[in-house]
Design a protein around this ligand. Structure first.
Ligand code: SF4
Ligand code: SF4
Length: 76
């Protein structure tokens, strides 16, 4: 069984683009401002159906991982 996804472990893994927020079919994600006013997505665990669309849509992570791992992850 799939787990509730972790959208980012560190703020550098998220640019606040809202793509995950937009794609969530059950509106389980809300954008919440941090102390500096930058908005980051927060998953409501009670609403989440663990479809993982939010993780798949996150292009920012693919770019980051490519830089740090030096591997081509996005094969499209
Ligand atoms: S799609 Fe990725 S980069 Fe964009 S807000 Fe969601 S977690 Fe952050
Ligand atoms: S796993 Fe699916 S339901 Fe849960 S937050 Fe992501 S897109 Fe929404």
């Amino acid at each position: 069984m799939k787990e509730i996804p972790v959208l980012f472990k560190d703020k550098k893994e998220c640019c606040g683009c809202t793509a995950c927020y937009s794609v969530c079919p059950v509106k389980a994600i809300k954008m919440e401002a941090d102390s500096e006013g930058f908005e980051y997505p927060i998953i409501n665990k009670d609403k989440c159906i663990k479809c993982h669309r939010c993780i798949k849509v996150c292009s920012f992570k693919k770019v980051n991982y490519n830089i740090f791992s030096n591997k081509k992850i996005n094969k499209d």
